[in-house]
Write a protein that binds this ligand. Structure first.
Ligand code: NAP
Length: 433
């Protein structure tokens, strides 16, 4: 019997568990350990609440979770309740699938002012991550700046622009919905330090902006390269750029404007005790396609600034880390003897949810070659004994299903669930019977 611990129950964790099941059959026991009492990581707390079709992939993970070989071990935090060294004593392999849930700082003066929020925090707030339940972003100004030209920037701009009715079939948290109801934001500026040809936004997500009830997207035609240059683009980017071109054609104004400001980088954030203004500088592309400042600056009002410029994997004590890349130092997923990583913790925060599937299968293949078939390690029985000794309450997948049933029960009309947003509420549901 092989004993494997996977740390993190997001897509990378579940695809790895699925791959281990396929690779080892009944000859494996996989524990998926998560610090939250609820599974699915980014699917629950990262994917936008109005993108329910993407979230549906968790049904596939549920099939994996309910096999005899795999179990969910929720409410157990590595570093707080158990160390990596202890897990390596108990399991033949420990696979870190911890994702990249920390914001990369903007790194400009004023980026620590209240009102400047990283996308992990902002997305976690509207999506029910317990770490951000009390964030309360300022929505009393009329101009929000979203920094970055990736899909997360689009998610944030869209959430700030939708009407309450448009959240009808979503599982946005009640606290976010209530705050957005009173929002005064009328312009959302999406700041890109490079141009339309360099965006990291995908066509389907960009296209959604054209169909919002009370918001309309605008692109300054002067920022668009000659149309003939689009031919050289990769097909996906070409489609995205076609959307941007359509946003540059004069459209009917709506209550909220989503403005793309290309060739613009943030330089500083100013304000008395909170963000009030942003100093921006215009850029041009150098020969290698990098954004270089032109020296032409201006100051714009902004009381909410959400930086969507990518993520980092948090450190875990004793695990080698690549500071430049913001993830664990690894060679094709191997960190050290018995210690591996997958998904964003291995390769950084890029790609879609499905990109994690081959990652999981790659690691399962490595494990088949590198870990012993019958080391006699204690595995899950050993973890249970240790958690019992430390008074840590393990939340099982069956427990999660009870939490989920309670979330479904209290959902508002049309919404799939009303999420609990604190660990106490989640565990409290189990104690309530
Ligand atoms: P991303 O796709 O890597 O985009 C990050 C953006 O931030 C880039 O436009 C980058 O510009 C910009 N940036 C980085 N540092 C900056 C700085 N210091 N100042 C100004 N701009 C800066 O990251 P993401 O949007 O966080 O998305 C992460 C991954 O999740 C991506 O693979 C994304 O496709 C995926 N995702 C998918 C969906 C979906 O499919 N619906 C939704 C959300 C996220 P440069 O290009 O100039 O570096």
């Amino acid at each position: 019997m092989r004993h494997i611990a996977i740390i993190g129950s997001g897509p990378a964790g579940y695809y790895t568990a699925e791959a281990c099941g396929k690779t080892f059959g009944a000859d494996v026991r996989v524990d998926i350990v998560d610090k939250l009492p609820v599974p699915f990581g980014l699917i629950r707390t990262g994917v936008a609440p109005d993108h329910q079709s993407i979230k549906a992939v968790s049904k596939r993970y549920e099939t994996v979770a309910l096999t005899d070989e795999v179990r969910f071990v929720g409410n157990v935090a590595v570093g707080r309740d158990v160390s990596i060294a202890e897990l390596l004593e108990l399991y033949d392999a420990v696979v870190l699938a911890t994702g990249a849930p920390s914001d990369r700082p903007l790194g400009i003066p004023g980026d620590d002012l209240p009102g400047v929020i990283g996308s992990a925090a902002f997305v976690g707030w509207y999506n029910g991550h317990p770490d951000f339940a009390t964030l309360a972003p300022p929505l009393d100004g009329d101009h929000a700046v979203v920094v970055g030209n990736g899909n997360v920037a689009l998610d944030v701009a869209r959430i700030l622009s939708k009407t309450e009715a448009e959240f009808g079939a979503s599982d946005i948290t009640a606290h976010a919905l209530q705050a957005l109801r009173g929002s005064h934001i009328r312009t959302v500026t999406i700041l890109g330090r490079r141009g339309p040809h360099q965006i990291a936004m995908t066509p389907k997500e960009l296209g959604e902006l054209a169909h919002l009830e009370r918001a309309a997207p605008f692109v300054d035609p002067a920022h668009l390269p000659p149309e003939a240059d689009d031919a050289a683009l990769e097909p996906g980017v070409r489609k995205s750029v076609a959307h941007l071109r359509s946003f540059a054609v004069a459209a009917a104004r709506k209550d909220v404007a989503i403005r793309f400001a290309f060739f613009t980088m943030p330089v500083a954030i100013e304000g008395e005790g909170k963000a009030e203004r942003m100093v921006i500088e215009h850029t041009r592309l150098d020969d290698s396609g990098r954004a270089v400042p032109t020296g032409e600056r201006e100051t714009i009002d902004a009381s909410l600034i959400v930086s969507c410029i990518g993520y980092r994997t948090p450190h875990i004590e004793g695990v080698p880390y690549d500071e430049a890349l913001g993830r664990f130092a690894n060679e094709e997923g191997r960190i050290d003897e018995g210690l591996y990583c997958v998904g964003w913790a291995r390769r950084g925060p890029t790609g879609t949810i499905g990109t994690n599937r081959p990652d999981g299968y790659l690691i399962a293949e490595r494990l088949a070659q590198e870990i012993p078939a019958d080391s006699g390690k204690a595995g899950r029985a050993g973890l249970d004994a240790l958690m019992d000794e430390r008074g840590v309450r393990i939340v099982t997948f069956r427990d999660w299903q009870r939490i989920e049933a309670a979330e479904v029960d209290r959902a508002r009309a049309g919404s799939p669930r009303e999420k609990f947003v604190t660990v106490e509420e989640m565990i409290g549901t189990l104690d309530a019977g």
